[in-house]
Design a protein around this ligand. Structure first.
Ligand SMILES: NC(=O)c1ccc[n+]([C@@H]2O[C@H](COP(=O)([O-])OP(=O)(O)OC[C@H]3O[C@@H](n4cnc5c(N)ncnc54)[C@H](O)[C@@H]3O)[C@@H](O)[C@H]2O)c1
Length: 255
């Protein structure tokens, strides 16, 4: 019951890390409104959770659209009266060499991975300031801390999330609002499955082997870290980066 009576918004909750975090938040007694651009997957996920919980709702949202954020925040406030937690999780991944990326790729990734996080913080912080309470968790990646071939763009979007979050954390520090980033390594989700399916030479095994723990992470291992940052247990933690990567960023050894 670590999130009892807390109202949370989770973006990209229809799949992967987001969906597992909806589940963990519900298990910890939170009221959860999750959003996603994929309406069909969102409704399917909602039906699954509603078999066990009546404190869960789903809204269709494109995180890059300001009007969608305004509507989501209004609907959550109308229904529950407050927003204690925002998990900015929705994101997209593309891997290409810098010269192969197009301007359209750049606009697409920046709009979802960076503008989406900015808009979420902007509109939810206005509510949290009135409440004088809140915890925001923004999803970066180990690709926002270290790089690799093909990661220039994705890493740029995630690096932007890191530093934007630190500045934002300082902007609202006197309002009792905390903002932190999480940095997952390779986590076994649909995002990784889709990427492997689109490649000829990369296998799931190579992801397991390239991690010092010799396995990918699981969505629940990330969701547990988000529960901690969302809860009052992390009350002195703000502007920080929580790495969840099975040792990947700790090593200089090539595996
Ligand atoms: N899986 C990994 O290895 C990994 C590693 C590091 C960071 N991350 C980050 O974690 C987050 C979640 O990734 P995941 O692996 O669970 O991916 P996923 O593809 O399984 O889930 C992402 C969800 O976001 C939704 N989404 C995409 N664009 C959206 C938009 N414009 N508006 C609203 N929703 C949108 C998708 O429909 C999907 O349900 C992402 O930000 C990703 O960059 C993932």
């Amino acid at each position: 019951m670590r999130l009892k009576n807390k109202v949370a918004i989770i973006t990209g909750g229809a799949s992967g890390i987001g969906r597992e975090t909806v589940k963990r938040f519900l298990e910890e007694d939170a009221i959860v409104v999750f959003t996603d651009i994929n309406e069909e997957m969102g409704r399917m996920t909602l039906r699954r959770f509603q078999e066990k919980y009546d404190t869960v709702a789903f809204l269709v949202q494109d995180v890059q659209k300001e009007e969608d954020w305004i509507r989501v925040v209004e609907e959550v406030l109308d229904k529950y009266g407050k927003i204690d937690i925002l998990f900015n999780n929705a994101g997209v991944y593309k891997k290409k060499a810098i010269n192969e990326f197009t301007v359209e790729d750049f606009d697409f990734m920046m709009a979802i991975n960076v503008k989406g996080v900015f808009l979420g913080m902007k509109h939810v912080i206005n509510v949290m300031k009135r409440q004088r309470n809140g915890s925001i968790i923004n999803t970066s990646s180990i690709a926002g801390l270290k790089s690799a071939p093909g990661h220039s763009f994705y890493g740029a979007t995630k690096g932007a999330v890191n530093i934007m979050s630190k500045g934002a954390a300082l902007d609202v520090i006197s309002n009792n609002i905390r903002i932190n980033t999480i940095h997952p390594g390779t986590i076994a989700t649909e995002m990784v499955d889709n990427f492997v399916a689109s490649q000829k030479t990369i296998s799931i095994e190579s992801f397991h082997n390239s991690t010092p723990m010799k396995r990918m992470g699981t969505p629940v291992e990330v969701a547990n870290a988000v529960v901690f940052l969302a809860s009052d247990e992390s009350s002195f933690i703000t502007g920080s980066e929580l790495v969840i990567d099975g040792g990947t960023t700790a090593t200089t050894q090539r595996t």
